[in-house]
Structure formats: structure tokens, C-alpha cells
Design a protein. Structure first.
Lengths: 528, 214
């Protein structure tokens, strides 16, 4: 008998970073590391599950900027070179550690991971990571959903409603181009909801989205089943609330599974540990030490003393953690069933990059959870749409404005440290609307190019990542500079129109660097 | 209403604030290289009349503004001696908060709680101690920080059938046209039309009056 439904959701996102002028640009490695440590390990294991005959369902948001980067020839050429370099380092490490009973097997282990990643990337994935997602999407075991076009924080952009419409419209179009079908669901950037957003989602054909729990429990009216059933908004879009309990078991670095002492330590890496001259060719060309992915130690404990990592032991422990997670979900569902008149549902959303990058064993844990569910038969893993097909009748709730950020509202993306950006982003949206309207019927292809690039600069400036990274003081300088770059480019392009003097060299430079959404036309800002 | 709602909501909210996406994985993914080679310049001001209010959290709101040279001149405002007056009001016109500024370009964080309501900010000048509005901001619906349990009449359920259906309000059948506002009449007509269509098309379609029938 099924005691409850589990809806795991992974949010996959990285901001659009492309620097074609540079052979090696550190911030582009965010993508390469995520592909190698998160996306490929997950896809490989899911293929393994399929071969084993394990039935699974996974809802994955693939944000448009990430999909655009994964489909970008320039970036994927660089990724191939990155893999070759990592394999080269692996060979050197295998040689260097010869005779060391602890570290030599680890050097071989990591080198082989890079070799196998390359084989999988060029083989099953045919040189494009999206191929793997499409494979499972088409099989029905994966529900790929979209996000805002550039992960714009929609409540703050909503002072110009066309800015929000354009974020959603382009997201739907990009998803359709990358996956061959329109998305049924959306991961609202940062789970951020504001009053009235559902109307736009409904217009764009979106059937469901995910919110934090207080969006429903403090909604108008309160969701009578808490987050354990979805609700419908007044515009008939289903809202699924995040379950905090199951999230915490995985999220928390202290109390959660990733903190197990036998799991791999994230911070110890040969990029920082080894002699500078030896590691120099494999860190940033300017000499800044970075993570290489070769990490030989386990968490061990809270002190700096670290013991050698043992992948075999860690793999076994993921089985125990999956069994524990399954046990707690079963107990949770039993308790919830006693309070409800239908089978409860638990939605567990996580950052996809948690699994594999920060928590190295995460993909293995996730697949072991699918094995546990398959083996026990007491829980069923489903997608949001499958739930709605089983339970089409749900309470109508107007969700409370909210986000999944710290304190649950908008503080992370709007505070004393980053508020300065919004004056510019709002002005850019207003100008975009005015200029798109004014030149809507133009036959001048050059003018059209300038206006379309203005829209790309606006979209890229709107990415919530820049405000987030300013708040967390991580990559602050890069984030401030990226925001200023898009504001500056936008105004330079506007100047070309105002003074009827197009600088084609500059325009081409902007188009090549900030090349996101090659398919768009500026008119979408009006028609969306 | 589900008699166990309080327990379900409590369970939904438990642990909610003990972790969050403030520990996004991107934090650990990103690292920064050398300082950027290009330093970009951005406009100091746009010289346009602008006033915007943005939500931050349940007790904090961000207001930014710009008064153009043209408006200052037309209104005879000299900010060396005059002040700009800002008023925060609810949708029904109730004044909630006010502050002043001597800057044509500025920002202000309001730290007060305006629970679950639509608010707007106006900027103006004072003439003979009376507020004269220059222009106002966008309107925003503020956050709610508590449960809002529905009455029987407010408890609405919607059903998705073969097509994505509309909401059927629990009060639909008792609705009397003619006594409501124009907006309500329009909505009730729309719902009545929809209900008729549903009843013709789908025999399983039901009017939902705060009860669940899965």
C-alpha cells in the first residue's frame, strides 16, 4: 500500500558566463566543474538505474542560461580542453603518488572519473549535456521544467510588467527550442512569488510552480493541508510547497547527511595543498589557486586534521543514508495520513549543484533513494503533473509573496548592499519598452540588431545571481562588474540609436560575448 | 475545513527558517580570478521623474526616487531650502507613514510592518502646510506573516478536468446578480457561464462548497 508520494525536485542553474576573448577564464570554470561533478555523474547514474530496471521520477529545472551555455559551441570546445587538462593532471598525480597506499588509488580514482566523463560526454551525450536530459524527458522518467529567462528576481522586476512577461516568454521559447516541447512547470527564480504573477504564468501555459512553505501557509486563505497537497492560484496554476523537514536532512552541512565524517572533504584540494610550481599549470593562469577537483581527504572531523578518503566506504554509507531518508519519509507520511483525507505528498527541492559538487556522494545517495523506493513499494516517487492527474481537485489559495532565501522574503536580493542596481534595471526596462514600441515596425535590420542586443544586455543584467553574490560577498567584484557591464552596454547601444551612429565593431563584440538567446528579436518585449 | 489544519500548518512551518538557500551551492562553486580588466561607467542619474516602492520583508520596504530638473523648476522647488515629502498610503487612502528628503535623487528603507495590504508611495511638496502630490509610485501587495484560515464561504476548491478548468466558487449558486459591484457582476456572469458549460460537458463536474471529494 502506498503511504505517500515523494516529489524530488532539483534546480539546475548557473549564470550565463562567456568570455570569448580569453583562452582561460576562471569564472567559466563554474560551468565546467558543474558538468563534471554534478550533471554527468547524475545522468550516468540515472542511466544505470534504467539499465537495472529501477523506476524513478525526477523533476529538474534547467534554467535557460544554463541550457544556453550547455548548447554553446565555444564553451563546449573549452570544456573539452578542460577535461584534457584534468586528465593530464591526473596522469601526473598517478605518477607523483606512486607507492603511497592512500593517495595513489585516489589519484587513479579521480583520473578515471575525468576519463569516463569524457567518454560519456562524447558518447552517450554526443557532446551536449542536454542530450542526456532530453533522453529521460522523452522517456517520461524526468520532468524538465523551465525558469526565468535569465533567473531574474521577478517580484522586483515587476514594476515593469513587460519585464516579467518577457522573462517568462523567452524561458518558454528557449525550453521549447532546447527540449522540443513547451514546459509544463517552472522553477520561479529563487522561488520568489509576488501577488498576480500567476496570471502571467497561466498566460504562458505554465501548469505548476514551486514555492516555499509560508507562501501557502500564510496564503489567502491558508492552505488547509499545509504543504502536503498542492493548491491552485486564482489563475489556475498549481503551487507546490517545499517540505522543510526532508530538505533539511539533505541541505544541512552539520546535521544533514553530507556532513558524515566518511564523506569527501570539499575544501582540501591539491590546488591549494601542493607546491606552487607543480600545480601552476592547472590553476588560474594569473597564479590564483583554485579547486582542481582532486580532493584526497575525508571530512574526518571538525579540526584541520584530515584522513585519506575512501570512495568505497563512502559509497556504502550512501546506502545507509538512503535507507534512513526512506524510513523518515515513511514515518512522516504515516503521520500526515492520519491528519488528511488523502494520500500525502512531500516535495523536496534542492539545488542540483549540491549533488556532486559540494556533496560529492550526492548523486549516489539520490539513486540509492530511488532504489529504496523501488524495493520497498511503500512510497511512490512522482512528478507534480502526475500528482495533479491523480488529484485534480485542490484548494484555491492566493500565495503569499515569498522566496526561499534567508528569512523567506526578498532580503537577500534587495538590501543596503545591492539596492543600487534596481534603479538602473528598472530604467532599462522602461527604455526597452519605449524603444521597442517606437521602432516596432522598423525594416532596418541594423537598428533591429542594436535593439535586440539591448534586450540581451537587459536580460543578463536582470540575473538574480549578481545581487545574490553581492550579498554573500562571494565573487563580489565579478558580480558588480557584470551588472555594470550590462548597464553600460545597454546605454552605449541606446546611444547608437539616439545619435544614429552604429558602431558595428562594438555591436559585434557585444553580440559575440553576450550571445544568449540567438533566436530572440527585440519585439518580444512588446508581444510577450 | 480540515480539523487538523493547525497541525498540518505547524508541521509545514517547522524547521522552515533553520536553513535556506542563503547557503546556495553557487557559493562554493564560484571563485574569482584577477580584478576585471574593464571598468564600466554607468549613469549617475537619468533626469526622469521616478518613484518606486519595493518589498524587502514583512517589516522593511525600499523606496527610491528621482525628481527631474524640469519638475523641480516647474514646481518651484529649491531643495537647498525646500523639502520633498513622501507619504505611504494603503489602497483605501489611509496614511501609514511619511518621511522627508532634501535630495532630488535618493533612497529610503522604511522599517515598519504593513500587513497583507496594497500600498503606494506619493511624493509631493507642502504649500501652506498642505501636501500637494507631484506623482506616485507603483503599488505593491505586502507580505502576510500569519495564518489566514478561511471561513466556510471563503474556502474554495478547484478541479482540473480534461482541460485546465476555471475556479468554481463555493458561493456561486447563491450569488444574486444586480446587487453587486460591476466587477463582481462581471465575474459572476463569467463563472455562471463557465458552470453551465462544465455541467453540459462534464457530468462529473461539481460545485465545490468547501468539501473535498477526491
Amino acid at each position: 500500500m502506498i503511504k505517500g508520494y515523494w516529489v524530488p525536485v532539483l534546480h539546475s542553474h548557473l549564470p550565463f558566463v562567456k568570455h570569448p576573448k580569453y583562452e582561460n577564464f576562471l569564472e567559466e570554470h563554474w560551468l565546467f566543474e558543474a558538468i563534471t561533478e554534478c550533471y554527468i555523474p547524475l545522468l550516468k547514474r540515472l542511466k544505470g538505474l534504467e539499465d537495472e530496471g529501477v523506476d524513478f521520477r525526477l523533476t529538474i529545472s534547467m534554467t535557460p542560461p544554463l541550457a544556453e551555455m550547455l548548447d554553446d559551441d565555444h564553451l563546449m570546445d573549452k570544456y573539452q580542453k578542460y577535461l584534457d587538462k584534468q586528465i593530464e593532471l591526473g596522469n601526473k598525480e598517478v605518477e607523483r603518488t606512486k607507492g603511497d597506499e592512500h593517495f595513489h588509488p585516489l589519484a587513479v580514482f579521480y583520473r578515471d572519473i575525468f576519463i569516463e566523463s569524457k567518454e560519456f560526454f562524447n558518447g552517450f551525450l554526443e557532446g551536449n549535456v542536454l542530450t542526456g536530459y532530453k533522453y529521460f524527458y522523452n522517456k517520461g522518467s524526468m520532468e524538465v521544467i523551465t525558469c526565468g529567462a535569465t533567473h531574474g528576481f521577478l517580484p522586483i522586476l515587476s514594476v515593469n510588467v513587460q519585464a516579467v512577461r518577457t522573462q517568462i516568454e523567452i524561458a518558454v521559447q528557449a525550453h521549447t527550442r532546447h527540449f522540443g516541447r513547451a514546459p509544463k512547470g517552472i522553477w520561479l527564480p529563487e522561488c520568489a512569488y509576488y501577488d498576480g504573477l500567476d496570471e502571467i504564468l497561466n498566460e504562458k501555459g505554465i501548469k505548476f510552480f514551486i514555492v516555499d512553505s509560508h507562501a501557502l501557509t500564510y496564503g489567502r486563505p491558508t492552505s488547509l493541508n499545509g504543504v502536503y497537497t498542492p493548491t491552485y492560484t486564482p489563475s489556475n496554476v498549481a503551487a507546490f510547497g517545499r517540505d522543510a523537514l526532508s530538505s533539511k536532512q539533505v541541505w544541512s552541512s552539520k546535521e544533514g547527511y553530507p556532513g558524515d565524517i566518511n564523506y569527501r572533504d570539499f575544501y582540501r584540494d591539491i590546488g591549494y595543498d601542493l607546491d606552487f610550481d607543480y600545480i601552476k599549470p592547472y590553476i588560474n593562469p594569473d597564479g590564483v589557486r583554485v579547486f582542481t577537483g582532486y580532493k584526497y581527504h575525508k571530512i574526518t572531523g571538525e579540526t584541520d586534521y584530515k584522513e585519506a578518503y575512501n570512495p568505497g566506504i563512502a559509497k556504502e554509507i550512501t546506502k545507509g543514508h538512503a535507507a534512513d531518508f526512506h524510513f523518515h519519509r515513511e514515518k512522516q507520511m504515516e503521520h500526515l495520513s492520519s491528519l488528511m483525507d488523502r494520500t500525502p505528498m512531500v516535495v523536496s527541492p534542492y539545488d542540483a549543484e549540491l549533488f556532486g559538487h559540494w556533496w560529492f556522494e550526492g548523486p549516489e545517495f539520490l539513486c540509492n533513494m530511488f532504489r529504496e523506493i523501488h524495493k520497498n513499494g511503500t512510497l511512490k516517487v512522482i512528478t507534480p503533473i502526475e500528482y495533479l492527474n491523480m488529484y485534480p481537485k485542490n484548494q484555491v489559495v492566493n500565495p503569499n509573496p515569498s522566496s526561499w532565501g534567508d528569512k523567506g522574503y526578498y532580503d537577500v536580493w534587495l538590501n543596503e548592499g545591492n539596492a543600487w542596481i534596481y534603479r538602473h534595471l528598472h530604467e532599462m526596462a522602461d527604455v526597452m519598452q519605449e524603444y521597442a514600441q517606437k521602432h516596432f515596425h522598423t525594416n532596418d535590420s541594423n537598428l533591429s540588431r542594436v535593439l535586440t542586443q539591448m534586450l540581451r544586455e537587459l536580460l543578463l543584467g536582470q540575473s538574480s545571481d549578481w545581487a545574490f553574490l553581492m550579498t554573500t560577498a562571494t565573487a563580489t567584484e565579478y558580480s558588480v562588474n557584470r551588472t555594470k557591464e550590462h548597464i553600460s552596454n545597454f546605454n552605449e547601444l541606446k546611444g547608437m540609436i539616439d545619435y544614429n551612429n552604429i558602431d558595428f565593431a562594438k555591436l559585434k563584440e557585444f553580440e559575440e560575448k553576450n550571445s544568449i538567446f540567438a533566436f530572440i528579436n527585440f519585439k518580444i518585449f512588446i508581444t510577450s | 475545513m480540515n480539523p487538523n489544519t493547525n497541525e498540518l500548518v505547524k508541521s509545514s512551518m517547522e524547521l522552515e527558517n533553520s536553513f535556506s538557500s542563503s547557503s546556495h551551492v553557487i557559493d562554493t562553486l564560484v571563485s574569482e580570478g584577477e580584478p576585471p580588466a574593464t571598468i564600466y561607467s554607468i549613469p549617475d542619474r537619468y533626469n526622469k521623474d521616478t518613484l518606486r516602492v519595493l518589498l524587502v520583508n514583512t517589516k522593511k520596504y525600499y523606496v527610491y526616487w528621482e525628481i527631474s530638473d524640469k519638475t523641480l523648476e516647474e514646481q518651484g522647488l529649491d531643495l537647498n531650502k525646500d523639502k520633498l515629502y513622501f507619504k505611504v498610503s494603503s489602497k483605501d487612502g489611509a496614511e501609514l507613514f511619511e518621511f522627508t528628503s532634501s535630495f532630488a535623487l535618493g533612497e529610503y528603507f522604511i522599517k515598519l510592518q504593513f500587513e497583507n495590504m496594497k500600498i503606494v508611495v506619493s511624493v509631493g511638496k507642502k504649500v501652506d502646510d498642505k501636501f500637494e502630490e507631484l506623482f506616485n509610485s507603483n503599488k505593491v501587495h505586502t507580505f502576510s506573516s500569519k495564518m489566514n484560515l478561511p471561513s466556510k464561504e471563503d474556502e474554495l476548491w478547484a478541479k482540473r478536468n480534461l482541460s485546465w478548468t476555471e475556479i468554481v466558487r463555493s458561493t456561486m449558486k447563491e450569488a444574486v446578480l444586480g446587487t453587486s459591484s460591476a466587477e463582481q457582476v462581471k465575474e459572476l456572469e463569467r463563472l455562471r457561464h463557465f458552470t453551465q458549460m462544465e455541467e453540459e460537458k462534464l457530468s462529473s463536474s461539481t460545485i465545490h462548497k468547501g468539501i473535498k471529494n477526491d
